[in-house]
Design a binder for this molecule. Sequence first.
Ligand code: ADP
Ligand code: ASP
Ligand code: MG
Length: 444
Amino acid sequence: MGLKVAKFGGSSLADAAHFKKVRDILLADEDRRIVVPSAPGKRSSVDIKVTDLLYQCNRLAAAGKNIDEAFDKIVERYNGIAAELGVTIDLEPYLSEVRKQIQLGAGEDYAASRGEYLNGILLADYLGWDFVDPQQGIFFDAQGQLDSEKTQEMLGALFAGHEYAVVPGFYGCDTHGKVKTFSRGGSDITGAIVARAVNADMYENWTDVSGCLMADPRIVRNPEPIRYITYRELRELSYMGASVLHEDAIFPVRIAGIPTNIRNTNQPEEPGTVICYEAEDYDSEHMITGIAGQKNFAIISVEKAMMNAELGFGRRVLQALEEEQVSFEHMPSGIDTMCVVVAESSIDGKKERLVSRIHELCQPDSVEIHSGLALIATVGRGMVRSKGTSARLFNALMKAGVNVRLIDQGSSELNIIVGVDSLDFETATRAIYRAFVVADQPRW
Ligand code: ADP
Ligand code: ASP
Ligand code: MG
């Protein structure tokens, strides 16, 4: 018998009807023996995720306010699901304990993690599977980073003796044994870590779309699903904003050579996207694999005549950023100009200090910071082999009337990144999609 780890996202566990779909999916394949649930997500676009309600409770408690009214909404969500499923477990003691601890000031990570914890308890009871707490098997180091070695050593053993197990996503424990969460969307990471620790044959990530799509469905109408993608390509896409899978969910399974399959809980018959180490054998019918992007970047542009001949110039510009604890995303440079692209939020309140420090360290002719930049990555393993990729891309942007403010053809030969005005972000994304996906479809 094989072994598959199946992670279900918040929208896949938002209500009792979804719990039933999840059970059907699990029972349809006997290899699916470990399940990683998220907290109940939104039931509609105006709903609030349980995780967000928990963060809200924590903020109230931290401000010395009573959390009862806010926490009651959480109680309602779980009790509603439990009643409709007809489970026998009494959630009351668990809910009361969580309410008490948050009110007493257990902290943000504890509060946020309880969405997954409570959902795990509920799902384990509904399925009749064992509950395994990741606080005993996923470890963070003193810097707050995942301690992969210790986790890998301990986590596998935690599943011994549990033929069928439910392990909540999103959290583990810090060096003092206290609950610590991953960043938002982190249940994807839990699934990947668990898949690696138990040496699964497949990591299934069940969500509300039929796989990783060639573009964000909120921008492009009905984008085509990607059937096969390499881990490297997906890393580029998810780093740039294809939010279907957390970017840190890639490394654990990639190292272990375990494929990931992104599937749709609402359309389980669809094959979804398979992410594998090498997808050379699976040639895509399109020249590109996908498009992703994000707004809210700024360019720091430093000009100085003959800077190319000045030893250590680049290092000093970056030193100014380092002193202000700002990390950079890209660094396209010319002969007399050097540009550094950073997230706008990372230089909030630091702009003046940064500019004057660059002046001090580098004596440039000018330093300017331009905000309102969006970056769009066009990614594809096939791009190196195809002629005219950039021509097609820039032509499409020109025809759409989009001004390109920055170009960075990644050294990985896997992507071309363009920087455009944030206001042009959606138009530019659609223009690129049309040029590569719609335009190259066979016309009969
Ligand atoms: P889950 O709750 O299952 O973890 P998420 O909301 O984190 O799901 O991720 C799925 C969502 O990601 C989709 O509903 C979609 O709106 C969004 N998304 C953004 N870019 C893409 C893409 N390229 N392919 C698929 N989904 C995408
Ligand atoms: N529930 C957490 C969040 O909303 C983790 C997750 O869903 O993956 O971010
Ligand atoms: Mg997610």
